[in-house]
Design a protein around this ligand. Sequence first.
Ligand code: PLP
Length: 243
Amino acid sequence: MTKSHTPIPFIDLKAQQRVIRPQVDRAIQKVLDHGRYGFGPECTEFEQDLSNFTGVKHVLACSNGTDALTMLLIDLDIGPGDAVFVPAFTYIATAEVVALRGATPVFVDVDVDTFNMDAADLKKAIKAAQEKELKLAGIISVDLFGQPADHDAIAAVAKCHNMWVISDAAQSCGALYKGKSTLCFGLAATTSFFPAKPLGAYGDGGAIFVHDDKLKRRLENIRVHGHGVNPASVESLGLTGAP
Ligand SMILES: Cc1ncc(COP(=O)(O)O)c(C=O)c1O
């Protein structure tokens, strides 16, 4: 006799909708009524809620977690000759954004228990990059499967070599490291709202978490194709939405 198996969906958004569907329908209706589809009042409210939730001063919502990382690399002017250290085990986007900028992703082995960047191997990877005469630019740490990276150890190595750290928290929105949100760490942190993520959207979405006021202002420009306060002018190259 053959057994029949009911496949368990990877992302069961229907189960979630059975609980929250009326609220979702009302919220979509509200947006259709007022017609501000990009960066409307719901977006501002969402950014404020995320800021309150994480304790990070500025939150900038954007198209997805890949754009969130890319916008930071644009601001940091990362390009050919720069080494950016990434974990050898992560989703491709972490390394892809570095390669898309023409920089070199340098892979760092992961810890056997957490699958996250191993700070001891990071030191070896730095040595290897120096031997290849790459400029040590920065580190993108990842909190894989919601497990926080070894943020203190990574920050210590970064400080020794005058490198920035970006925390790719695409998979860890809501996770804590030593009592603090994983979105607090580094120069900035990024996350993704892809439907399978801990805070999944019905479609794509992402955000950047920034403490510094000046960096936040520059990212606001980059987020709207480089338009500054005057939408008729362009101050830098950028990505994503229209002002
Ligand atoms: C670790 C990691 N970084 C970055 C991303 C990219 O996020 P998005 O799919 O929203 O562009 C993902 C998404 O799967 C991810 O898992």
